[in-house]
Design a protein. Structure first.
Length: 83
């Protein structure tokens, strides 16, 4: 998506520079508080904690996705550790 955006904005030069420009925008979003929405929008980290994701999926009555989140969470936990 970012490649298409930069290509439409600047043509072939934007297509070549799309990855570095997008990385710069994400870094700006991470370290400038007023641009924090860019880090959420373009970043790769989940916005919600696993507990909130499960709650959101259960409120949306999406049991399959909630089960997938729970399974992934349990796989990440150490054996013998309380959940």
């Amino acid at each position: 998506m970012s490649s298409v955006f930069w290509a439409l904005l600047w043509g072939p030069a934007g297509l070549i520079l799309s990855t570095p420009l997008t990385v710069c925008v994400v870094v700006l979003g991470r370290y400038v508080p007023q641009l924090g929405f860019l880090h959420i929008l373009l970043g790769d980290q989940p916005v919600l904690a696993p507990e909130a994701q499960i709650y959101q999926r259960l409120l949306a009555m999406d049991q399959l996705e909630a089960h997938t989140i729970i399974s992934g969470f349990l796989k990440e936990q150490e054996p013998g550790r309380d959940v």
